[in-house]
Write a protein that binds this ligand. Structure first.
Ligand code: PLZ
Length: 455
């Protein structure tokens, strides 16, 4: 079901929902000073995309220190789905910190941690007994999922997909595919991580079952199920290019895992939490993972991540073998409870579907349009409010250069977009799910114009 566009217009906001560049150039003078201070105090490895320094954010806008108001198509990388200053989340955080900021759940427990675990058991697919452990970051959730799968299966090998992204810690760097900027120079990496082909319909031309057959063949011949603890898959790849596997790929891999005592782990850190028009991206094909990692959108911007899975798997590590000082912070848990109920109350999954309908209406006509440079949009793809445009040059090769130009043109006009893909040739759209229809249309129109001017 597609939400009617009017569904996208009914929210109220604290800040004006407008795209407005008030400075002669970007960054404006205050942000330029801050950028100079940053350059003198922060390593260049941290490289901000937006020229403006943010002082306020709400709904679909980011306001910088010079008064520029940018349309936000990034959501802090798929985090602020309920808005960056959602009133219910802010109130929950204020209430929580007014009582205590921290105790450490394993030292002195509190109810909000348990309530988040209960809620995740309810909303994740699978009609079986579940357990949830809370952590801080996505990478930490992925690390813990692998630890638990190894503990349960008593096997070591981990399979990840081509182009996968799972984080920047040592184990998750090994699981992440892209060399620059994530891995280069940072080895040696964790062992027993193997890469297998992921369905990529635009490039492999295979059906889901055909692609799965290839992947399964490789897992069987190069690793062997008897050595394999888990397969970790982003049901829609994030950093790797917003790649949606062909229908039937995920169910076939999940089924093979089930038949071979291999834990099937869905990394829903970017795609989950209503982003794709359902609670989780696996739901679109009725896939039920043994374990799922979530983070990002879960707590309305507070750092929180989770591993949710079958009770018998999650209970494999013994008492005291999971934890972390800040893992499942009471402030983040309070925020998560509020954010998750906002997702239900505001029907953010429905809004994500409404965003897709509006975005496809404006962006799909770009496919096949030939520009002066010969570059073109090869595909508009994705689900819900996780949408992307892939660019190729006149010879059909990945075109990262044109994507850089388009992103710069968008920012100059007051629209923040992010890029992704192994070749940096994909523009991805991750607007807050609470963005209003007028602002959404305005941002998409700016994007379509920047595409037409630069291809
Ligand atoms: N798994 C599927 O998308 C984080 C990375 C941003 P953390 N993606 C954004 C960057 O440049 O560092 C991500 C993800 C998937 C795991 C992670 C890791 O989550 O919270 O960044 O550790």
């Amino acid at each position: 079901m597609t939400a009617t566009p009017s569904t996208l217009s009914t929210l109220t906001y604290r800040l004006p929902q407008e795209r407005k560049i008030v400075t002669d150039q970007l960054p404006g003078p205050v942000s330029a000073d801050l950028a100079a201070r940053t350059a003198a105090s922060v390593p260049r490895g941290i490289a901000p995309a937006l020229a403006g320094y943010v002082v306020d954010a709400d709904g679909g806008v980011l306001v910088d220190a010079d008064g520029n108001s940018f349309v936000d198509f990034a959501s802090g990388i798929a985090v602020t789905s309920v808005g960056a200053s959602n009133e219910k989340v802010v109130a929950a955080v204020r209430e929580a910190v007014g009582h205590f900021t921290h105790t450490n759940f394993t030292t002195s427990p509190y109810a909000s941690y348990t309530a988040v675990a209960e809620k995740l058991a309810e909303i994740t697919p699978g009609d079986f007994d579940k357990r949830t452990v809370l952590l801080n970051s996505g990478a930490e959730a992925v690390e813990n999922a692998v630890k638990i799968a190894r503990s349960y299966t008593k096997k070591n090998a981990v399979v990840v997909m081509d182009r996968a992204y799972h984080g920047r810690t040592n184990l998750t760097m090994a699981m992440t595919a892209k060399n620059v900027p994530y891995k280069s120079g940072f080895g040696p990496f964790a062992s027993e991580v193997y890469r297998a082909p992921m369905s990529y319909p635009l490039h492999d031309g295979l059906t889901g079952p055909e692609a799965a057959e290839q992947t399964i063949y490789q897992m069987e011949k190069e690793i062997g199920a008897e050595n394999l603890a888990c397969v970790v898959i982003e049901p829609i790849q994030g950093e790797g290019g917003f790649v949606v596997p062909a229908e039937g790929f995920l169910p076939a891999i999940a089924e093979w895992c089930r038949a071979n005592d291999v834990v099937f782990i869905a990394d829903e850190i970017q795609a989950g939490m209503c982003r794709t028009g359902d609670w989780f991206a696996v739901n679109h094909e009725g896939v039920v993972p043994d374990m799922m990692t979530t983070a990002k959108g879960i707590a309305g911007g507070m750092p929180l991540s989770a591993v949710t899975g079958r009770a018998e798997i999650m209970d494999a590590p013994g008492p005291g073998s999971l934890g972390g000082t800040y893992a499942g912070s009471p402030v983040a848990c309070a925020a998560a409870i509020a954010a998750l109920s906002q997702m239900e109350d505001l029907d953010l999954a429905g809004r994500a579907r409404g965003i897709e309908a509006v975005a496809r209406e404006i962006l799909e006509p770009l496919v096949g349009e030939a520009g002066a440079s010969g570059s073109r949009v090869a595909e508009v793809r994705g689900r819900g409010a996780m949408l992307a445009l892939e660019f190729v040059d006149a010879e059909g090769r990945p075109d990262g250069a044109v994507v850089k130009k388009i992103a710069a043109a968008c920012q100059a006009a007051g629209l923040l977009i992010l890029t992704c893909g192994l070749d940096g040739n994909v523009i991805r759209l991750l607007p807050p799910l609470v963005i209003g229809e007028d602002l959404l249309r305005d941002g998409l129109t700016v994007l379509a114009g920047a595409v037409r001017e630069n291809i």
